[in-house]
Design a protein around this ligand. Structure first.
Ligand code: FAD
Ligand code: NAD
Length: 464
């Protein structure tokens, strides 16, 4: 057998957590390898997540706006037709441009060795790689960073065929627009991908177990406004409702649903059902048992505040461990983990991780929401400013939504910023900065709607 290749750092998984950790480690002078079995790097996010979904969201929005929102603006358009194969090709093109950029440019520039294959622990310091092209290789690693990410949580009894019963992956590549799309789960994926197909012409029904949409973290008042807005766009919502069974019958899917409390059974029929009830850590085939890495009841790899697993020399970051399953959270952890290896120090500000839902209107938030502050017994002030009072939003005829500030009552320290409306995903960066610097509402000076909402926590707004 050939000698195992020696590395300072071996990163398992080439997603936003893994590829960023690998580049940072190489920049810090470590001999670094990154392994991914998918082939192209970029993980879930670049291949079947953030990037393709944002491509479809952007282009479906342009299509929908061109169809419905040009006349009053003084733009007469002729026949507007959907060319779905081209829209899907544009999405694929965005994906391959970005993934090949990592592989052929970034990894080469910073000297990361990229291996395409499935990694498994032989020991804590020896990684076997079953190469995609055939054959095996072995790496010797002083340090290992696990960044194997997550997978779709399956719905018991509904087999995903990625054709009629799909996960987000199938929903990003449907060959035709379904007449009826039923989404199980009214979280981020359900609402983003539901929006894509609703804009392209599907009748979308969302079945959500809880009494509100948006998933964990969304402020209840924002969620209500968001729901009303999506209903205006044609969404139907069945809240407090659970799916109790279903099956594919030829080209359609029959679902049995019931109210969360029971006693209101009904049947829904759909051309396509999207299962979007969350994601779970993915560590299959990694051999965690073999070396004794501790995993919790939800399958998350247990780590300490320096990303150390229970096995010395093995760290874990991103979706495979605790915290929100977000690409920028995984990236921050990747950088911090590499810095800790070099200097012993590295930090992620878990109190200031923004969330963005890229629908129209956009929804974004950072910090605590109202229901969390109430549950924690915090004495807080609320400042709110509607986009309908904002000249630019009004002029652009895009005035749905508001900015909402939550501050600590005595000190006016910002505790949470919640935005629904135009540009929410960009505006939230200001809130994130404010939160990480523990700013008070008086410090807010930048964009107008944000400033006025901040002002409203301790004084009267000017334009509302
Ligand atoms: P992943 O990106 O899942 O990467 C893990 C990689 O490890 C995979 O490529 C896998 O092939 C590889 N791997 C696993 N096991 C092995 C092994 N044994 N050997 C070799 N390789 C292995 N987040 C956002 O912040 N913004 C968004 O807009 C957003 N949109 C999303 C849309 C969708 C439809 C989905 C599904 C997710 C979205 N996310 C978004 C979440 C985001 O994709 C994840 O949080 C992020 O990808 C996590 O990064 P990661 O590096 O931890 O894991
Ligand atoms: P989610 O946790 O956001 O939402 C799942 C929803 O399904 C929740 O509202 C939950 O109450 C509901 N649900 C759970 N079980 C159910 C059941 N049996 N019947 C009906 N409803 C049920 O999960 P997701 O939408 O699948 O997204 C997965 C992850 O991907 C999230 O953690 C999210 O952070 C990430 N993501 C992020 C973005 C973004 O940042 N823009 C986009 C897509 C995905």
């Amino acid at each position: 057998a050939t000698e195992a290749k020696p590395y300072d750092v071996v990163v398992i998984g080439g997603g936003p957590g893994g590829y960023v950790a690998a580049i940072k480690a190489a920049q810090l002078g470590f001999k670094t390898a990154c392994i991914d079995k998918r082939g192209p790097p970029g993980g879930t996010c670049l291949n079947v997540g953030c990037i393709p979904s944002k491509a479809m969201l952007n282009n479906s929005h342009i299509y929908h706006q061109t169809l419905h929102d040009t006349k009053e603006r003084g733009i007469d358009v002729g026949d507007v037709k959907l060319n779905l194969p081209q829209m899907l090709a544009a999405k694929e093109n965005s994906v391959t441009t970005l993934t090949s950029g990592i592989e052929t440019y970034l990894f080469k520039k910073y000297g990361v060795d990229y291996l395409k294959g499935a990694a498994a622990f032989e020991t804590a310091n020896k990684i076997n790689v079953a190469l995609n092209e055939g054959g095996e290789t072995q790496l010797d690693a002083k340090n290992v960073i696990i960044a194997t990410g997550s997978e779709v949580t399956p719905f018991p009894g509904l087999e995903i065929d990625e054709e009629r019963i799909v996960s987000s992956t199938g929903a990003l590549s449907l060959k035709e627009v379904p007449k009826k799309l039923v989404v199980i789960g009214g979280g981020v994926i359900g609402l983003e991908l539901g929006s894509v197909w609703a804009r392209l012409g599907a009748e979308v029904t969302v079945v959500e177990f809880l009494g509100a949409i948006g998933g964990a973290g969304m402020d209840a008042e924002v969620a209500k406004t968001f729901q009303r807005s999506l209903q205006k766009q044609g969404f139907k919502f069945k809240l407090n409702t659970k799916v109790i069974g279903g099956e594919r019958q030829g080209d359609s899917v029959k679902l049995k649903v019931d109210s969360a409390k029971g006693g209101k059974e009904e049947e829904l029929e759909a051309d396509v059902v999207l299962v979007a009830i969350g994601r779970r850590p993915y560590t299959t085939g990694l051999g965690l048992d073999k070396i004794g890495v501790e995993v919790d009841g939800k399958g998350r790899i247990v780590i300490d505040d320096q990303f150390n697993t229970s096995v010395p020399g093995v760290k874990c970051i991103g979706d495979a461990t605790f915290g929100p399953m977000l690409a920028h959270k995984a990236e921050e952890e990747g950088i911090a983990a590499a810095e800790i290896l070099k200097t012993g120090h590295g930090h992620v500000d878990y109190g200031a991780i923004p969330s963005v839902v890229y629908t129209h209107p956009e929804v974004a938030w950072v910090g605590k929401n109202e229901q969390e502050l109430k549950a924690d017994g915090v004495n807080f002030s609320v400042g709110k400013y509607p986009f309908a009072a904002n000249s630019r939003a009004k002029t652009n005829q895009d005035q749905e939504g508001f900015v909402k500030f939550l501050t600590e009552k005595d000190t006016n320290t910002i505790l949470g910023v919640h935005i629904i409306g135009p540009g929410a995903g960009e505006l939230i960066a200001e809130g994130t900065l404010a939160l990480s610097y523990k700013a008070s509402a008086e410090d807010e000076t930048l964009s107008e709607a944000v400033k006025e909402a901040a002002l409203s926590t301790y004084d009267k707004p000017i334009n509302f």
